[in-house]
Design a protein around this ligand. Structure first.
Ligand code: GLA
Length: 394
């Protein structure tokens, strides 16, 4: 929805008075998939699909949450924020408020209206967008009282903690970091073991390419348990390699070390998972260098290799994502395609020569629908700034 309509909706629900808007963008990951939880490199960017919350402080300690597209009202009290973990909608937001309160933020009562343009279950991290929007709102309101600047890296960590501890999804830091720290027309080259990062300019458009998000529309199910299981398998591989190598995380292992020592990982599944993480990490380092040189053709080849590895070694793709990537690769002007995000459904991305972009959407869409029965959606990815306060009338 437009901000002007959201503001009217807020005033209708909560009455006249001041209101402010805080935005958390979704993210696309260009490459570096399932490396964040192993301390590796990722290359995500914030995109123009977003979550926004319209907010007004209350003095009675009640947090009242509504959504623009749901008939639901959640009422929580700041004295009791730990007890809303199992609510159907609103746990991300209350989880963030809870974690911030634990960390000493002055969390007050608030009237809040949320609105999303990120399709749910699309692998573009609608949950991180919600968490980061909420964290930005609370941080802004509480920091104004003490007049210190907001630390957006800390907000990303808070949002991740809320998702890990409150919602129970053991995700890495990539999504929340991208949403909090994104920069217009840049990707973030982030090392997840110590959060060192650099913004890398992304010049697809200037060089005649479009990045297209391809939503398979396959509903994702049981994703938390499969995701957490992959982490356990990686952990097994890490412990086996750590016994013989001087490493702090699985992504510290180089492909050469992996080839020399892989037999110490006795479980064949764990060995495959490790191979994905270790090679994907190396690909991400190379991809960043290629992006800096505007070598998109070589970058596209790494995208393809990334998908293959996610399909065969990490096994998080599934029929729909594989079909979308395969039909994408068959279209004119496509120089790379891969799934993005956790997998098991959701979105893939394709890097396409601009003059073929519209035909790509029509033809890949038709071929995908014929083979899977799902009607896909496509979006052009505009890379935007990260979280922050926005004008309520924009
Ligand atoms: C999800 C998680 C991230 C990351 C990706 C896979 O989006 O939230 O932390 O692990 O999957 O790269």
């Amino acid at each position: 929805m437009e901000f002007t309509s959201l503001k009217s909706m807020f005033l209708k629900y909560y009455g006249d008075g001041p209101v402010r808007a805080f935005c958390g963008p979704a993210r696309v990951n260009l490459i570096g998939e399932h490396t964040d939880h192993q301390g590796g490199y990722v290359l995500p960017a914030a995109i123009s699909l977003r979550s926004v919350c319209f907010v007004r402080e209350r003095q009675d300690g009640i947090i009242r949450l509504r959504a623009s597209d749901l008939d639901v009202v959640v009422e929580a009290h700041i004295s009791n924020l730990s007890k809303y973990k199992s609510i159907n909608w609103g746990a991300y937001q209350i989880g963030v408020a809870y974690v911030m309160q634990q960390k000493g933020y002055d969390v007050s009562g608030m009237d809040i209206l949320f609105d999303e343009t990120v399709p749910h279950g699309s692998g573009l991290s609608s949950s991180a967008a919600i968490e980061v929007a909420m964290a930005t709102a609370i941080a802004t309101l509480s920091h104004e009282k003490i007049a210190t600047p907001i630390d957006y890296v800390e907000l990303a960590l808070i949002a991740q903690e809320a998702e890990n501890q409150y919602v129970g999804m053991n995700c890495g830091i990539m999504d929340q970091f991208a949403s909090a720290m994104g920069k217009k027309d840049s990707a973030i080259f982030l090392r997840c073991s110590d959060l060192t990062y650099r913004h890398i300019p992304v010049r697809f458009m200037q060089h005649g390419y479009r990045l297209i998000l391809c939503n398979t529309k396959k509903p994702r199910s049981l994703i938390e348990s499969a995701y957490n299981q992959r982490r356990t398998e990686c952990d097994l591989a890490f412990r086996a390699l750590k016994a013989i190598l001087n490493i702090n995380c699985l992504a510290d292992v180089t492909p050469q070390q992996y080839e020399a020592h892989q037999e110490v990982i006795l479980d064949p599944i764990a060995r495959k998972r490790a191979r994905h993480v270790i090679y994907e990490n190396a690909r991400t380092i190379s991809a960043c260098a290629l992006l800096e040189k505007d070598d998109f053709v070589a970058f596209g080849l790494l995208m393809n290799a990334s998908h293959e590895s996610l399909k065969k070694d990490f096994e998080v793709t599934g029929k729909e994502l594989d079909t979308m990537v395969e039909v994408s690769g068959n279209q004119k002007g496509v120089i790379g395609a891969r799934m993005t995000g956790a997998g098991f459904g959701g979105c893939s991305i394709a890097l396409v020569e601009s003059q073929h972009a519209d035909a790509f959407i029509a033809n890949a869409g038709a071929a995908y629908e014929e083979r899977t029965g799902y009607t896909p959606e496509f979006y052009y990815a505009d890379i935007t700034d990260g979280a922050g306060e926005r004008e309520t009338e924009s």
